[in-house]
Design a protein around this ligand. Sequence first.
Ligand code: SF4
Length: 268
Amino acid sequence: MPPLLNLSQGQLNTFSQCPRKFQYLYLDSLTVPPDPQQQLSLAWGSQFHLMMQQRELELPVETLQSETADLQAAMAALVAAAPEVLAETTEPPFRQSEHRRTLAFDGYLLTVIYDLLLLSATQGQILDWKTHLVPRNPDRLAQDWQTRLYLYVLAETTDLPPAALSMTYWFVRCQDPETQDLAPQRVVIPYSAPQHDRTRADLTQLLNQLSQALAADRTQDQPFPQVDLNQGLCHRCPFALRCDRTPAQTTQPSIDPCDLSTIPEVSL
Ligand code: SF4
């Protein structure tokens, strides 16, 4: 029996968008370097996550903040905007940053890492820090595998009903289009039993497709399927040239800043 394969929300997003891209990234281990601006943004996000974790552990953050004043400003603005969950007096029975959970599902290990998890006897809240300058559409966020998997795993690993759970994205430095000021904004995604059932069914179907693709690769050396060209994903995919899917001038490596699955999860 093959070993259990670990899967994250980013990998589910990638496989659901294009199985071939999943193969390139996670089986063939091909890498795509982000451009310098994206690299800076990722470094800022990584520092912000680290600061929030330090704060949650009640460790000093001054040395981390000294290099970049706007990190301190962003953290202070978030604490001011979310006193109900971030104030030091808030004491639910359980709270932990960078909280990891793993769930065995249909021969795979589904792993999630919550930026901050708040659990009480009646409620469960997942908080996630995002550093995009523009908040994402709530409907698209609700469909993202990060939202769906994070809530699904929490419902499966606690005694709380799905309706008692929610996921809150804090976009910690949203830019006002007129003043250019940066301020945090949140998007709250509620959860429910019908959503939970739908996610279970969609997960079963998706992982079944992955198992079939893995088996075809293993037994027939058959590459994973490519996405339908009409979906319009190939022209901005860094593997377009490898896939023979686009003219040469559009094959520059790129990461869609609006696509959460293309932004690496910050691992601390
Ligand atoms: S170019 Fe298109 S088919 Fe190839 S990996 Fe990218 S999205 Fe998939």
